[in-house]
Design a protein around this ligand. Structure first.
Ligand code: AMP
Length: 178
């Protein structure tokens, strides 16, 4: 597992953005053409057989992987944005942060009943963002059968938290710790 080429391409930056956090930097995957392609190929393989009709990516790094995956699969892409960024009428979902709360939004006509959406982000930690994104997409009447992440931090329990909401949760790589 440790000789996984994708894993080797992820750079760990200690104490960013604050002390104690091991930041898993995926820009080193993106700048490597074979590594970026491998990540998208593996995400595509994870979605095989799930009859997905659309990809939704979480701001900001979920846009990069999600949009590339959507293009690769011939599907549409929906950006899930932080609050007050989208120009049209939106629907949103609030979620708790360590201190305070945040909000994610989509356009109110971006998705609807009949859509089977794969949720994509670079990393799942506590799962707070992905759970809120799943609830937001479902509040628009869609199905979210699967969520795909480049990295899982299993010690933080996010994948389990998201699974409890129903989606299959697939990660390409896991890192111990925070
Ligand atoms: P969470 O809601 O706790 O699952 O946090 C997930 C979001 O925060 C993702 O969009 C990640 O990009 C970012 N994130 C959280 N922890 C890390 C980390 N250790 N390294 C890189 N990104 C992280």
């Amino acid at each position: 597992m440790n000789d996984d080429p994708l894993r080797a391409l992820i750079r760990t930056i200690p104490d960013f953005p604050k002390p104690g956090i091991q930041f898993r930097d995926i820009t080193t995957v993106l700048r490597d053409p074979a590594g970026f392609a491998l990540a998208i190929d593996r995400m595509k393989a994870a979605l095989a057989g799930h009859d997905v009709t659309m990809i939704a990516g979480i701001e900001a790094r979920g846009f990069i992987f999600g949009a590339a995956l959507a293009r690769e699969m011939g599907l549409g892409f929906v950006p899930i944005r932080k609050k007050d960024k989208l120009p049209g009428r939106t629907i949103g979902m609030n979620y708790a942060l360590e201190y305070g709360q945040d909000r994610i939004e989509i356009h109110d006509d971006a998705v609807g009943p009949g859509d089977r959406i794969a949720l994509v982000d670079d990393l799942i930690a506590t799962g707070g963002t992905a759970v809120a994104a799943t609830q937001l997409l479902r509040s628009a009447g869609t199905d979210v059968p699967i969520a795909v992440f480049l990295v899982d931090l299993p010690d933080l329990g996010g994948a389990e938290r998201l699974r409890a909401q129903g989606p299959i949760v697939h990660s390409l790589i896991a890192f111990e710790g925070h």
